[in-house]
Design a protein around this ligand. Structure first.
Ligand code: SF4
Length: 351
């Protein structure tokens, strides 16, 4: 039986001291547009006395979400355009997204799928899920299935195991990858039953979403350890967020903390153009400055790829500053070291 998440409605956010009573009406209006939920684990991390608390900023609704900018989009990364059957996004030939559930343990205020998560219909029917898996079976170029949502770790372990078993039997698949916030937001849910549900002959990877070093609690570490002890490789994804982690020291502590938990930082996402999230977005130049400041300063193990999902569904591209550029017309290269000094690298060999 799946554990229920602690969902705090707007009145409870006020009662818990996360929102002043004067803001109740404003957050009610936000909650009419976008889902709101916290878990007890995340609520315990919030300092209600700090108006700039980086955990509160991620999960407590604010009136800024009611502002729509001209650049905002309902489907910022263009999933819809690439969805041939319900629950599948097939943007690149060798991989698909499978979205069996659109519920999350917490609802991030910057979420790129905020128009659909936490809303009805939240779960794929058995028939629709079977059709989605048939789609994967029928497309032999698909090598990887990324099970995402919502959060697939909210599925009952029995249901999760059925999905893993079905995918495990598709000969042309090499990798089953899960994207989840659960090890951070509701670590107790990563219990032996859930870990067992992920057992497969094929490689199963888990990508954990974490944005601030304070999220790496002893419980989160224990959850991640239960997965790594089962032989599951772990990666992370982080969204670069103004007022949460747009600071080199915060990113350094987060990435070092993840690596020390055996989680390899994989992606640092530039925040997407989701409706009502402009207050979270840094500029690309600011993101590049942050990434450049980490280069050479912290171990390469701690450095994710800084990426942007091109609006409209054109895919993800790396956007970190490039350390190499052509040297005039000499066919040589200029290479910049981590301290900013430039060096000449010889021209490319003929042919
Ligand atoms: S956990 Fe992921 S899908 Fe769910 S609200 Fe947060 S960013 Fe969106």
């Amino acid at each position: 039986m799946a554990r229920p998440s602690l969902t705090l409605d707007t009145d409870k956010l006020v009662a818990a001291g996360f929102v002043g009573p004067g803001r109740l009406e404003e957050i009610r209006r936000v909650a009419e547009e976008f889902a709101v939920a916290l878990t007890a684990d995340v609520a315990a991390l919030i300092d209600p006395a700090d108006p700039a608390d980086p955990i509160a900023a991620q999960f407590i609704p604010s009136a800024a979400e009611l502002l729509t900018r001209p650049d905002d989009r309902p489907d910022p990364i263009g999933d819809e355009r690439w969805s041939p059957v319900p629950g599948i996004v097939h943007r690149h030939a060798d991989r698909v997204l499978l979205k069996p559930i659109l519920l999350c343990p917490v609802y991030c205020r910057f979420c790129f799928r905020r128009e659909v998560v936490g809303k009805s219909p939240a779960m794929m029917t058995r028939e629709a899920l079977a059709s989605a898996i048939d789609y994967v079976r029928d497309h032999s170029a698909v090598w990887e299935v990324i099970v995402t949502g919502g959060d697939p770790f909210l599925l009952a372990p029995r249901r999760l195991a059925e999905i893993v078993r079905a995918l495990d039997q598709i000969p042309h698949l090499g990798v089953i990858r899960f994207h989840t916030r659960v090890p951070i937001a509701d670590p107790g849910r990563v219990d032996p039953e859930l870990v067992e549900a992920l057992a497969a002959e094929k490689a199963v990877y888990v990508v954990v979403h974490a944005n601030h070093p304070r999220e790496l609690t002893p419980s989160a570490r224990a959850a991640v350890t239960r997965l790594s002890r089962a032989g599951i490789p772990l990666l992370s994804q982080t969204v670069l967020l103004r007022g949460v982690n747009d600071d080199a020291a915060v990113l350094e502590a987060l990435f070092r903390g993840l690596v020390a938990m055996r989680v390899k930082p994989y992606y640092l996402h530039h925040a997407d153009l989701a409706r009502g999230t402009a207050h979270f977005r840094t500029g690309i130049a600011a993101g590049q400055r942050l990434v450049r400041s980490l280069r050479g300063h912290i171990s390469g193990l701690c450095q994710p790829t800084y990426v942007l999902d091109i609006p409209g569904g054109y895919g993800k591209v790396p956007i970190a500053p490039c350390a190499v550029s052509p040297h005039g017309t000499s066919c040589e290269w200029i290479v910049e070291d981590p301290a900013g000094a430039q060096h000449i690298y010889p021209r490319d060999p003929k042919g």
